[in-house]
Design a protein around this ligand. Structure first.
Ligand code: ATP
Length: 233
């Protein structure tokens, strides 16, 4: 479904990705793990078009999407929930959700998608008029994922959904990730919480200073000595 071939991405003179190869098959949960500054977020941004790829290419469902702008990758079915959620703090929950369906004209489709978001996150329904910025961290993460679901994505990319959340909320978020995957949404998950990510993932990549250091299925990585020492300690 998605292939990154030898992708190199720079921020000015800083090379954040040094030629990475990553693939995601339809229906999988794939995780990228690695420490701070390894290039995980840059990988997602390179896919969704938020940063420019210098060399290499990205193929999605057979089409070259390298350096397509973010509004176009969204329309192709790629939803990116960025690190730190980035909801619209002054807009209500409902308005935030509607932003996720910006390209949809049909009222009925919008309502169906909203009901689907409420199925996963019932709390959003009770808080429709609340300003996004006044929601708790966990609620904002749910809103951010809910907004992404409003696009009805085929590929959902989540950047550190567990960051800063209480363990019980993290559990809930991971349960929902599994449920969404069970409904056919392919997931690319970036996490510092490597243990939890590898437990839900079919496959994972370990990224270190812009390079893929290891790859394998979730179980192999979770039991790998190098991974245990560096990321699961
Ligand atoms: P974290 O979990 O801390 O976000 P990460 O693995 O997601 O880490 P990236 O955010 O992709 O890492 O960063 C990769 C490298 O690119 C780092 O060295 C970082 O300092 C650099 N970088 C990221 N964004 C920018 C930017 N906008 N301008 C300059 N350098 C950047």
């Amino acid at each position: 479904m998605l292939q990154l071939n030898n992708v190199e991405t720079f921020y000015g003179g800083i090379q954040a990705l040094k030629g990475i190869d990553v693939s995601v098959e339809k229906g999988e949960i794939v995780t990228l793990i690695g420490s701070n500054g390894a290039g995980k977020s840059t990988t997602l941004k390179s896919i969704s078009g938020l940063t420019k790829v210098k060399t290499g290419n990205i193929v999605y469902k057979g089409s070259d999407i390298t350096n397509k702008p973010a509004h176009e990758t969204t329309l192709l079915g790629i939803a990116h929930v960025p690190e730190g959620r980035r909801i619209f703090p002054r807009l209500s929950v409902k308005e935030n959700l509607l932003m996720g369906a910006f390209s949809v004209k049909s009222r009925q489709v919008i309502e169906e998608r909203m009901e689907r978001a409420f199925h996963y996150f019932p709390k959003l329904k009770d808080r429709l008029e609340q300003k996004g910025g006044t929601m708790s961290g966990g609620e904002q993460q749910m809103l951010a994922i809910g907004r992404a679901l409003m696009m009805s994505p085929d590929l959902l990319m989540l950047d550190e959904p567990s960051m800063g959340l209480a363990p019980i909320i993290v559990e809930q978020i991971f349960e929902i990730i599994k449920e969404l995957n069970g409904e056919g949404i392919t997931i690319l998950l970036v996490e510092q919480n490597a243990y939890q990510a590898l437990q839900v993932a079919d496959r994972g990549y370990v990224i270190q200073t812009g390079e893929i250091k290891l790859k394998g299925n979730g179980h192999d990585l979770i039991t790998n000595d190098e991974v245990r020492e560096a990321y699961l300690a």
